[in-house]
Design a protein around this ligand. Structure first.
Ligand SMILES: [Zn+2]
Length: 107
C-alpha cells in the first residue's frame, strides 16, 4: 500500500500516490492563499470600520459643539438684542461647515 502523506488515501502503486500528493499539495496552497486573502480583507474592513467610527465621532463632536455655540449665541442675542459682534463668525467656517466643504470638494 502506498499512502498519500497529505490526505492519507491509499493507492496500489507509487505513481498514483505521487499524483495524489501533487494534487493535495496544490489544494493546500490554494486554501492557504484563500485564507491569506480573507485575512487581509478582514484586516482592511476593520481599518475601514475604524476610519468610519472616527469620522462619525468627528461629526458628532462638531454637531455638539455647534449646538452648544448656537444655544449660547441665541441666548446672548435674545438677552442683549445685539449680535453684530459675532457676525463675522460665518457658520460655513466652523468645523461642521468644513466637514461639509471637505465632502463637497471630494465629489
Ligand atoms: Zn492526497
Amino acid at each position: 500500500m502506498f499512502k498519500c502523506s497529505f490526505c492519507g488515501k491509499e493507492f496500489e502503486n507509487a505513481l498514483d500516490r505521487a499524483n495524489c500528493e501533487i494534487e493535495c499539495d496544490k489544494e493546500i496552497k490554494v486554501k492557504a492563499e484563500r485564507q491569506k486573502q480573507e485575512k487581509l480583507r478582514k484586516q482592511q474592513q476593520e481599518r475601514k470600520d475604524e476610519v468610519t467610527k472616527a469620522y462619525n465621532e468627528y461629526i458628532e463632536t462638531c454637531n455638539k459643539a455647534k449646538e452648544k455655540y448656537l444655544a449660547i449665541r441665541s441666548k446672548y442675542d435674545n438677552d442683549y438684542n445685539n449680535g453684530y459682534y459675532f457676525d463675522t463668525w460665518d457658520l460655513n467656517t466652523d468645523c461642521f461647515g468644513r466637514v461639509i466643504a471637505d465632502i463637497v470638494s471630494k465629489l
